[in-house]
Design a protein around this ligand. Structure first.
Ligand SMILES: Cc1cc2nc3c(=O)[nH]c(=O)nc-3n(C[C@H](O)[C@H](O)[C@H](O)COP(=O)(O)OP(=O)(O)OC[C@H]3O[C@@H](n4cnc5c(N)ncnc54)[C@H](O)[C@@H]3O)c2cc1C
Ligand code: FES
Length: 325
């Protein structure tokens, strides 16, 4: 795909509009889905929620927050300009709020976690049938770090079903409560009047602490956990420091990887040592990185996946291992 436009969406957040290379068709997107983006087909890829466009439009749009020392976000911020060619894999993901439903929809966003909801709300614009009530609760640091601020105001005007409540955790002197944001501090449901009795469907995207807290508040109010869906942008997994060093070998050949707990997951260790393994979400959700363990033992950090294999993005070796790659 070719970058048609690149702009600053907010402080530290770059917006990109990508258009297919000649002859390629525009991918279909279910609002809320993400694409995998890389500098080239054989380079490391990262997931970015689609904020607009897709089939029927001329571009696919994303917004990328700069992460300190981040390989791909830094590349996007420093090296990508209009005309750059990037590799994009077709949209995927199941974090897709319903476009029409009798049940209320509650969206909770933290910072750049607003991106899947921008794609969703933009898609609702053109639909005759929409959910009968949509509540967006969003927290940003301040007005400078508030991506899609104007767009959200426009959407609130265009979608009568939509109500938005915004928190700023550290407003800057120029930010005005009542004009730029509604509440100060961390996002909390407090005594907000939410349609919990009408079996809302809840979608969360933001820091894991925020999502955990909101889930707890919602379940305390009687929302069943199975009606709460979350998108993790980052798996902040702690590798136990007492694990010993290990060698990771590949059945198909190639240089082994020397692993220590400081390397993080098997996927991260391999990438740091120049071996690019298949990956997608990098948070244990999509199974793009699944691989069979030929010998040795691995452990998953966090929840074990349903299948037996090894998800390299959230796995560490317990002693030397051979992977079927
Ligand atoms: C389904 C999905 C959708 C996503 N959508 C978006 C989106 O719309 N916009 C967006 O900006 N990002 C999004 N992300 C996050 C994105 O995929 C990358 O993880 C992020 O851009 C960092 O990649 P990197 O290569 O710059 O950093 P890496 O090189 O992967 O990591 C560098 C360092 O930063 C840490 N790190 C990585 N990611 C984060 C993070 N998110 N927060 C804090 N520390 C981190 C790593 O642990 C590592 O120490 C999404 C992730 C998923 C799984
Ligand atoms: S990359 Fe998605 S599960 Fe590992």
């Amino acid at each position: 795909m070719r970058v048609l436009r690149a702009w600053s969406e907010a402080q530290g957040v770059a917006g990109l509009s990508l258009t297919p290379a000649t002859g390629e068709s525009m991918p279909a997107v279910r609002p809320g889905q993400h694409v995998l983006l890389a500098a080239s087909e054989d380079g490391p890829a990262r997931a970015y929620s689609v904020t607009g466009g897709g089939e029927g439009a001329s571009t696919v749009d994303i917004a990328v927050r700069r992460v300190e020392n981040g390989v791909i976000s830094r590349f996007v911020h420093e090296d990508v300009t209009p005309g750059s060619q990037l590799w994009l894999e077709r949209p995927r993901g199941t974090f897709t709020p319903p476009l029409s439903t009798d049940r209320p929809v509650i969206l909770v966003a933290g910072g750049v976690g607003i991106t899947p909801f921008i794609g969703y709300l933009r898609a609702l614009r053109n639909r005759p049938e929409r959910p009968r009530s949509i509540t967006l609760l969003a927290v940003f640091r301040n007005g400078l770090e508030h991506p899609f601020h104007e767009e959200l105001e426009l959407l609130a005007g265009e979608l009568p079903e939509l109500s938005i409540r915004t928190w700023y955790s550290q407003p800057s002197p120029a930010d005005r409560r009542g004009r730029d944001f509604d509440a100060l501090g961390r996002l909390s449901l407090g005594d907000l009047d939410l349609p919990v009795a009408e079996r809302p469907l809840v979608y969360l995207c933001g820091a894991s602490g925020l999502m955990d807290d909101v889930t707890e508040e919602l379940t305390a109010r009687g929302v069943p956990r199975f009606d709460v869906f979350r998108e993790d942008f980052h798996a902040a997994v702690e590798v136990p420091r007492d694990l010993g060093p290990a060698a990771i070998r590949f059945a198909g050949g190639g240089e082994p990887i020397d692993w220590t707990p400081a390397d993080g997951s098997i996927l991260q260790a391999a990438e740091r040592q120049g071996r690019i393994l298949p990956s997608g979400c990098r948070v244990g959700q999509c199974e793009s990185c699944a691989v069979r363990v030929v010998s040795g033992t691995i452990a998953h950090l966090g929840e074990d996946p349903a299948d037996d294999g090894c998800l390299t993005c959230i796995a560490v070796p317990i002693g030397d291992v051979v992977l079927d790659i």
